[in-house]
Design a protein around this ligand. Structure first.
Ligand SMILES: [Zn+2]
Ligand SMILES: [Zn+2]
Length: 385
């Protein structure tokens, strides 16, 4: 098969990436992006299914007679953030931008599809999954509930995320826990509001809520084992009081991170106990709502070795390494790993802004590395002969 001109592919991926960057779409609204992806995949000769899990796209490429199948995954959604960049390809949609580099991930997986469609070098089936709504933590589940694995079977899955601060061409991953679970909570304290000058005549909630915020700090420091990683962050504090009226209602909202379901369960149990006890001490009532948004991302040890070996075939050996620590950020790719084994990796984005600020931009220098890594992992896992 024809060998693809890599520099021409890099230029082409750069144009795709900048087009996607200029036209960001929020989770489950990726209509233009999905159409863009589907059109390219068809042009490369892939079988294409659209509307998977809402706005997801799945491309299928088969070569040889092998009956094994693997999946490569990218995410397509942007964030509701107003871009502050000045580059020519800055967002054309006010209040929405690609602040997490999913434009780059989509362009890299499209590049890999073109590379593998033109050059082959594998025996079996490669599924290219472009999932919606990663940032919400809802898109992967939507594709799975839409029969992703039954309709497009695969035995293992690989994905990547760009990593600001890691040099271009550098690659990291680790086995076991890589990214954390995310749980959200809301605690509502209900009492009786009253005049600011007559606190004894009501059952105000503000002092109780302050005590509760402090007491919640003991979940990680006094209740979890020091060997377990956990984060409990109170992020919002809202009351219905005004300057001369004591609040009868206080709401505390926040976010918890952990790497094991047992730790997530322990955080919830302790939170409910502390909320109840604190409310009782201040003669108010507490209502706790605790939801699980993201599951922890757990890499398969054997497939981590495979991903590292594949990366060494396309990147400098000393640029491929094991990440030192798991991250307390969350990633929707984790949902796929509950169904099949797989590996999630990080690829250097150089000295860009961190992920999510309005000044972030994906670094196009990394595009070819990502495309070549995807292709290398497919060729290694679906080796010819
Ligand atoms: Zn993000
Ligand atoms: Zn992201």
């Amino acid at each position: 098969m024809a060998e693809l001109d890599q520099q021409a592919l890099h230029r082409e991926m750069t144009a795709w990436r900048r087009d996607l960057h200029a036209h960001p779409e929020f989770g489950f609204e990726e209509k233009r992006t999905a159409a863009f992806v589907a059109e390219k995949l068809r042009a490369f000769g892939l079988e294409v299914a659209e509307g998977v899990g809402g706005t997801g796209v799945v491309g299928t490429l088969k070569r040889g007679s092998g009956n094994r199948a693997i999946a490569l995954r990218a995410d397509m959604d942007a964030l509701r953030i107003a871009e502050q960049g000045t580059q020519a390809w800055r967002s054309q949609t006010p209040g929405t931008m690609h602040a997490c580099g999913h434009d780059g991930h989509t362009a890299m997986l499209l590049g890999a599809a073109k590379l593998l469609a033109c050059e082959g070098g594998f025996d079996g089936t490669v599924r290219f999954i472009f999932q919606p709504a990663e940032e919400w933590g809802r898109g992967a589940l939507a594709t799975l509930q839409d029969g992703l694995i039954e309709r497009f079977p695969f035995e293992e899955i690989f994905g990547l995320h760009n990593m600001p601060g890691l040099p271009i061409g550098h690659f990291e991953t680790r086995s076991g826990p890589v990214m954390s679970a995310e749980d959200n909570f809301e605690i509502v304290l209900k009492g009786v509001g009253g005049h600011a000058a007559r606190p004894h005549s009501g059952r105000e909630t503000l002092v109780a809520a302050c005590a509760l915020v402090v007491n919640l700090q003991t979940i990680v420091s006094r209740r979890l084992s020091p060997a377990d990683i956990g984060v409990v962050s109170v992020t919002e504090f809202i009351t219905d009081g005004t300057r001369n009226a004591l609040p009868g209602l206080a709401r505390i909202l926040g976010d918890c991170r952990s790497f094991r379901p047992e730790v997530s369960a322990a955080i919830e149990t302790e939170m409910r106990r502390i909320a109840e006890g604190t409310a009782q001490a201040y003669n108010v009532a507490a209502e706790v709502t605790y939801t699980r948004e993201f599951v922890p991302l757990i890499n398969d040890a054997a497939l981590v070795d495979e991903a590292l070996a594949a990366a060494r075939t396309v990147l400098a050996g000393d640029a491929v390494g094991i990440a030192a620590e798991p991250m307390t950020a969350s990633e929707d790719f984790a949902r796929f790993l509950i169904e099949v084994p797989g590996c999630f990796v990080f690829l250097g984005n150089g000295n860009s802004a961190p992920l999510h600020p309005p000044t972030y931009d994906f670094n196009d220098e990394g595009l070819l590395h990502g495309a070549r890594f995807h292709a290398a992992v497919a060729r290694r896992r679906l080796a010819v002969g």
